[in-house]
Design a protein around this ligand. Structure first.
Ligand SMILES: [Zn+2]
Length: 698
């Protein structure tokens, strides 16, 4: 799934770096840098390629025997490196398709072939049965009607159709992928009364308009299909907000937040068969896609039928497996640093997400070898692989819900790896408190281009306007396994990877062959992710005082507060975000005082007992910015700094409690939400001041 949505250019001044390695005394920093350099040297492209060959050798959708095979592979690898391991299974409501069919019933009736045809040179495209063309959590049903083209199926697209006098009521809507999460497309089609929804990849967005298509190039061919979930909430829909453990109460299907209409993904080859014959109103120019005819919205005269049969009434519950490899910390075993990537896929999944799984494996291997040689990290490190991410972050969500107390109390950071090696372009994101750390680790790791460090190549490509600026990093919204950690519990996160041109997302062609021909032919980007992962984990796990950067955090928040102020003044309301800015100013002052006290205390040799007290207090800082009752629109989303936009699914809303109140046009609620957030920022400031006080006493 999508990781981060980069909103415009985010330009940050280079943070004031008093201590070269925040959280370390100068002596321990020397040892740490050597430990990291050793770990960075360990991951190997050859190992990464071997893992990829095995893990992408079969389609491995969640709930299938092929997923038991990837579980065993990961566990056996980790055991062989001497890691303690654990498998957690959950029984989740996850109907699989039994048959999916689409017809054009008028004019000239034909049944569309939904298979992604075999590619001779790509053996996985024919060696195993493909995962059927379907959208996870779409409803079963057999519906037909006139076809209506709804562009991207966004809220504004339906408003446009309304203004044209065109309705999808009782009709088959056809939307193109892009600009929003597909679950939002399903929700809007259903809301507007469509009988069924087809979602296709338009060649203008994802196909030949972007480059040569597979197997000649990396882009999506005419028979390529983007599968994917159309459920909007995170986690098992039968246990909303609580874990799917053995005796968990299950809500009835009628209460689950899932689509009630059939939804199917189709290729642009098939979409052309439906779109070509549409007549009706002339489209707004931006609605024209890349197929070789003029698009119309209909309705009709083309009519379509779609039929979806699932095992929802016979066998809807499936077992999923999360895997864990564990290295117990030598000094602070109760403080946990985690890394995870999802292990399930819609096809062979070489990019999404065998690549992320390999990053987790390579980091685990490197740090396990160090531990075997007697160099154990100070904090406990957990290497996770998640199941059923593709259906709606099920594996990570159920785990986080099951272990929320332990994680809230002891998780220092969660690092996520999803779809991380399909080209040369480094991108990253995460909590502003950890961004400086990732930038610094990226300085230590050589870029596969041999043109400097990952950081240097990243900077060069970012083409920054001034030396004082840093390359942009994304804000955590939603769409991958960090959501449970970040959005639900407020645990700081990081995420990174290498992107490039590609059009095999959620397709049968996301294969070892595609990867070794286009994405990462030498598997060097795979290995580089593992190097970054190992170094970042160690940097966090070995710090004497946790290396959060609350100065960058507060400065980022200041920007968001002034954006909120601007949106409010655009409304000509009486409420103001002035108090919010003031409370963030206090946080910034406290953050600077903390950074100085941390450096001083580390210079003067801090006892492990005081360090432990300071660290426990620090864990409370960002947690203050979560609210137990969550957002008004979605109680599961407790973090009030970032959330996925509920009308888009992929893009990020900053300060969402205030943002949603502004969008609702409710001035009173905006005022209440500002006051609520001010109280929480003040609590974060107090936690930080308490940590500073402890450092000064020590
Ligand atoms: Zn993914």
């Amino acid at each position: 799934m999508n990781r981060f949505f980069l909103v415009g250019m985010v330009l940050l001044p280079v943070a004031v770096r008093a201590q070269a390695t925040p959280g370390y005394s100068s002596q321990s920093a020397v040892v740490e840098r050597a430990t990291e350099a050793d770990a960075i040297g360990r991951p190997s492209p050859a190992d990464a390629s071997a893992h990829s060959r095995f893990l992408s050798s079969q389609p491995h959708m969640a709930g299938t025997p092929a997923q038991a095979r990837t579980r065993d592979y990961v566990i056996n690898q980790m055991k062989s490196w001497g890691l303690e391991t654990e498998v957690r299974s959950y029984s989740v409501w996850m109907p699989h398709p039994l048959s999916t069919r689409v017809w054009r019933i008028a004019p000239d009736p034909i049944e569309l072939d939904l298979k992604e045809g075999p590619v001779a040179e790509d053996t996985t495209s024919s060696a195993f049965p493909q995962v059927m063309a379907f959208n996870g959590y779409g409803a079963a049903g057999d519906v037909s009607g006139e076809v209506v083209y709804v562009n991207y199926g966004l809220i504004e697209d339906y408003a446009q159709l309304d203004s044209m006098g065109v309705s999808v009521k009782g009709k088959i809507a056809i939307a193109r992928y892009g600009r929003s999460y597909r679950g939002i497309k399903a929700r809007e089609a259903e809301k507007h009364g469509a009988a069924g929804l087809l979602i296709y990849s338009d060649p203008a967005d994802d196909g030949y308009m972007r480059g040569d298509v597979y197997p000649k190039g990396p882009m999506r061919p005419s028979q390529g299909i983007q599968r994917g979930s159309v459920m909007n909430p995170n986690g098992d829909p039968s246990t909303p907000g609580y874990p799917s453990t053995a005796n968990a109460r299950r809500i009835p299907v009628g209460q689950m937040e899932i689509p009630r209409i059939p939804v199917l993904p189709i290729s642009y080859g098939n979409a052309a068969e439906l779109l070509r014959g549409l007549s009706g109103k002339s489209i707004p120019q931006p609605w024209q896609g890349g197929l070789s005819f003029r698009y119309h919205v209909g309705p009709g005269p083309v009519q379509a039928r779609l039929a979806v049969a699932t095992d929802a009434s016979t066998n809807p519950y499936k077992t999923i497996w999360d895997t864990f490899g564990i290295i117990r910390g030598s000094e602070f075993p109760n403080e946990i640093v985690m890394i995870g990537g999802h292990r399930d896929a819609w096809g062979p999944g070489a990019a999404d997400n065998v690549s992320g799984t390999i990053s987790v494996l390579e980091a685990a291997h490197a740090i396990a070898d160090q531990a075997k040689a007697g160099k154990r990290p100070k904090r406990t490190i957990i290497f996770a692989t998640w199941d059923a991410e593709e259906w709606g972050l099920l594996g990570s969500t159920e785990f986080v819900e099951e272990d929320s107390l332990r994680l809230s109390k002891s998780a220092v950071a969660y690092l996520n790896q999803d779809d991380v090696a399909q080209g040369p372009n480094f991108n990253s994101g995460g909590s502003p408190s950890l961004r400086a750390l990732l930038r610094d680790v990226a300085r230590e790791v050589p870029d596969p281009s041999h043109e400097g460090s990952v950081y240097e190549v990243w900077r060069k490509r970012a083409n920054l306007a001034a030396d004082s600026l840093e390359p942009q990093m994304g804000d955590p919204g939603g769409g991958s396994d960090f959501a449970g950690f970040y959005n639900h519990l407020g645990i700081p996160i990081l995420d990174w990877g290498f992107g490039g041109p590609g059009g095999v997302y959620h397709s049968a062609y996301d294969s070892y062959h595609w990867m070794s021909k286009f994405g990462d032919p030498n598997f060097e980007f795979h290995a580089t992710n593992g190097r970054i992962a190992a170094a970042a984990l160690l940097r966090i796990a070995n710090a004497e005082i946790l290396p959060y950067d609350y100065v960058e955090y507060a400065r980022t928040m200041k920007r968001f507060a002034s954006q909120a102020e601007q949106s409010i003044s655009d409304k000509h309301w009486k409420v103001s975000a002035g108090e919010l800015s003031k409370s963030i100013d206090k946080l910034e002052t406290a953050a600077m005082a903390f950074a100085a006290a941390r450096d001083r205390a580390l210079g003067a040799r801090l006892s492990p007992q005081s360090a432990q007290q300071v660290n426990a207090t620090l864990l409370g800082v960002e947690r203050q910015l979560t609210r137990p009752q969550g957002l008004v629109t979605r109680p599961w989303f407790r973090n009030l700094i970032y959330a996925a936009d509920e009308n888009n699914g992929y893009s990020t809303m900053v300060l969402p409690s205030i943002g949603e109140a502004i969008r609702a046009g409710d001035e009173g609620m905006v005022g209440r939400e500002i006051a609520d957030l001010v109280g929480r920022f003040d609590a974060a400031t107090r936690a930080l001041q308490m940590a500073t006080g402890l450092l000064q006493k020590s």
